[in-house]
Design a protein around this ligand. Structure first.
Ligand code: PRP
Length: 211
């Protein structure tokens, strides 16, 4: 039997994923050690391997078949645009992709003025403004703490993830428009889905029962 390899986005997502997998009898004890710097782990009994990577790299590993299955946020799936099958909404990591900014930006947004949009997700922002809203904007890519941009005058608005809304509140910003809902998803390599159909389908069905 071949190994089935899982790529998990490092951090909160991986922790939640392992909790969920335990419910269907998939365990990986050595992965639970929070101090470990090890990157790849195996469950020899079930012939499964798990590795941790940066979230945005998960779809890459899955598209190329270095991982058969990936667990990653919908935001990353949309942003990376890789060829893979999205097979399951895991129901955790729920949040929203939103256009946010100071209240006053609402008017400029509505009047389709040429505004600047700062974001960690340029492809999602482009798709939203160009294809859905038919609005021309200038997109500026940032790598984090996106809420800073409208505060220091880099952009009028941002496209970013809103979970509890506290980052926005604490910085005097509001949600102006909602782009799409987000949550953790399971993605599968297109060839693996055919070659290992039985085992992968069983994992999907088992997960469906506990979600
Ligand atoms: C994310 C996101 C927001 C914040 C939203 O940032 O980019 O800044 O969380 O959460 P809230 O609505 O519960 O306040 P993250 O902490 O991942 O770091 P980053 O800003 O470096 O991307």
């Amino acid at each position: 039997m071949e190994y089935i390899t899982f790529a998990l986005g490092k951090g909160r997502l991986a922790k939640k994923t392992l909790e969920l997998f335990e419910k269907i009898g998939i365990t990986c004890e050595e992965m639970k050690d929070p101090d470990s710097r090890k990157l790849i782990f195996a469950n020899e009994e079930l012939k499964l391997k798990f590795f941790l990577s940066k979230g945005p790299d998960v779809p890459t590993y899955v598209e190329y078949g270095a991982a058969d299955i990936g667990i990653v946020g919908k935001d990353t799936i949309l942003e990376e645009g890789r060829r893979l099958f999205e097979v399951l909404d895991l129901g955790f990591g729920k949040c929203r992709m939103c256009v946010c900014g100071p209240e006053q930006a609402q008017e400029r947004l509505q009047h389709h003025e040429l505004i600047r949009v700062a974001t960690k997700y340029p492809n999602i922002a482009k798709d939203y403004f160009y294809n859905k809203k038919h609005q021309t904007v200038e997109i500026i890519k940032l790598n984090g703490s996106i809420e800073l941009a409208p505060i220091v005058g880099l952009s009028e608005v941002i496209v970013d993830i809103v979970e509890t809304g506290s980052t926005l509140r604490e910085n005097g910003l509001v949600v102006l428009e909602e782009v799409c809902p987000l949550s953790a998803r399971m993605v599968v390599n297109q060839v693996s889905m055919k070659m290992e159909n039985e085992r992968i389908t069983k994992i999907i069905n088992d997960l469906k029962h506990v979600i």
